[in-house]
Design a protein around this ligand. Structure first.
Ligand SMILES: Cc1cc2nc3c(=O)[nH]c(=O)nc-3n(C[C@H](O)[C@H](O)[C@H](O)COP(=O)(O)OP(=O)(O)OC[C@H]3O[C@@H](n4cnc5c(N)ncnc54)[C@H](O)[C@@H]3O)c2cc1C
Length: 404
């Protein structure tokens, strides 16, 4: 199916700005809702998706969050992935998927962070997650390759926590959404026009010059979230922050799966397929970057990441980098959580932004919730209202502590 650049109509009930994971999830969930029978236009400035967060993701999910809502969102992600064919109407072309449950191992080297883990485990258990706290001795018994000399506590969950094929889900959402009538165009939204009262977006303007009138607009533009919001006269505390990933092999591979380990230094690393490992991290100086700045920081690997790996897993002294890349988090500097739902004044401008590095796993619940909001004006499956925009002007943060 080739992609058009021009919209077929002058008006759409829903215009989605950005067609990657969030935009496509929303488009698909709209088509999957029998109560929605409107028209949908997805405008995507880069249909190769080469530079979006979705293409640079590490594609993992976890149940270890500090709020009940974020745990429930990941529970739906796990259910969606494990039952994808059923969720997608029994379409036999859709492959069956599973989760590689190596778990996330959070390591605390001080009592203050150990207390955070203890508190979060209470939240997770209440929501039905299977997290276990581990003493350094238990960690060593289960994962002998770790150096735990400085560790006071760990927490891990090996149920619905690990790698999943996010890009396959993305491909199928996009494909089925288009087959069901959603129009995707390769174009860019460059401006928006508000009605005279300033309370609605009447139309969006495309880079090619056309104006498209719209019932509702969804901002699914990832790290460009604030730029898109500014077209509607709104500011968002969401910045592009650079995050690096390295894939490496070890001269002496580990004898069991390496959990996604969150070292106290902030460096994280995990199993990546049978014979490789993945590490991720960022510089201590972590400013907002230009949208097109994907330059690697080679010193970071040499001076920081590799030494951390070799200290935590001595077998990782002898490793070889196979691939590396830089990507952007859409980082919510206000409270590290999603911003979702309508603006307080521009009522048909709907946010889907600020996922701060955990958006891939949130995409099923976010798309479902946004589709419900667009259809009914309210959430039906899971109450997503704690993510509302109002909390920002009201200075009422909904903090997520478990940020990687
Ligand atoms: C290195 C890295 C590792 C990550 N690891 C994980 C992980 O393990 N688990 C997890 O859950 N999440 C992870 N994430 C986060 C996750 O990948 C993102 O939260 C998610 O992909 C966000 O999807 P999105 O659709 O909101 O944004 P994006 O994928 O960035 O898509 C936004 C799209 O909008 C388009 N766009 C922007 N402006 C316009 C415009 N004006 N007009 C038209 N189109 C426009 C862009 O071209 C882009 O395609 C990671 C992210 C990174 C960078």
């Amino acid at each position: 199916m080739s992609q058009a650049t021009q919209p077929a109509q002058k008006h759409y009930d829903v215009v989605i700005v950005g067609g990657a994971m969030m935009g496509s999830s929303t488009a698909w969930f709209l088509t999957n809702n029998p109560d929605f029978n409107g028209s949908v236009l997805v405008v995507e400035r880069d249909p190769s998706y080469e530079f979006c967060s979705t293409s640079h993701t590490n594609s993992c999910m976890r149940q270890q969050f500090s709020s009940n809502l974020n745990v429930r969102i990941s529970q739906f992600a796990a259910d969606f992935v494990k039952n994808i064919r059923t969720h997608m109407g029994g379409d036999t072309r859709v492959p069956e998927l599973s989760i590689h449950n190596f778990g996330y191992m959070y390591l605390a080297d001080n009592e203050a962070f150990a207390d955070v883990l203890r508190e979060s485990v209470g939240v997770q258990h209440a929501a039905g997650a299977a997290t276990q706290l581990m003493t350094p001795e238990q960690i060593k018994a289960n994962y002998p390759f770790y150096n735990v000399d400085d560790i006071v506590l760990g927490s891990i969950n090996t149920v619905d926590e690990g790698y999943w094929e996010g890009i396959t889900v993305f491909d199928w959402w996009r494909r089925q959404a288009r087959e069901r009538g959603v129009e995707y165009i390769a174009n860019e939204v460059v401006a928006m026009t508000r009605n005279p009262a300033g309370r609605r977006i009447d139309s969006v303007t495309l880079a090619s010059g056309e104006t498209v009138s719209c019932g509702q607009v969804v901002n699914a533009s990832g790290p460009r979230a604030d730029r898109t919001a500014q077209m509607a006269g709104i500011r968002l505390p969401v910045e592009p922050r650079k995050r690096f990933t390295w894939i490496f092999t070890a001269e002496q591979p580990l004898d069991r799966d390496l959990p996604l380990t969150i070292d106290p230094s902030g460096v994280h690393f995990r199993q990546d397929g049978k014979d490789a490992y993945m590490a991720g991290g960022h510089s201590d100086v972590d400013p907002a970057v230009e949208f097109d700045d994907f330059e690697m920081d080679h010193n970071l690997w040499q001076e920081h990441i590799w030494p951390v790996l070799a200290t935590r897993v001595p077998q990782f002294e002898a490793i070889k980098v196979q691939r590396e890349w830089a990507g952007h988090y859409a980082y919510n500097v206000f409270d590290h959580n999603a911003i979702m739902g309508p603006h307080t004044e521009v009522e048909n401008f709907v946010f889907l932004n600020g996922f701060s590095g955990h958006g891939l796993q949130q995409s099923p619940a976010m798309g479902r919730g946004t589709a419900e909001f667009l259809t009914y004006g309210e959430y039906r499956s899971l109450d997503m209202s704690p993510f509302n925009y109002e909390r920002i002007p009201n200075n009422n943060p909904f903090i997520e502590k478990a940020i990687i």
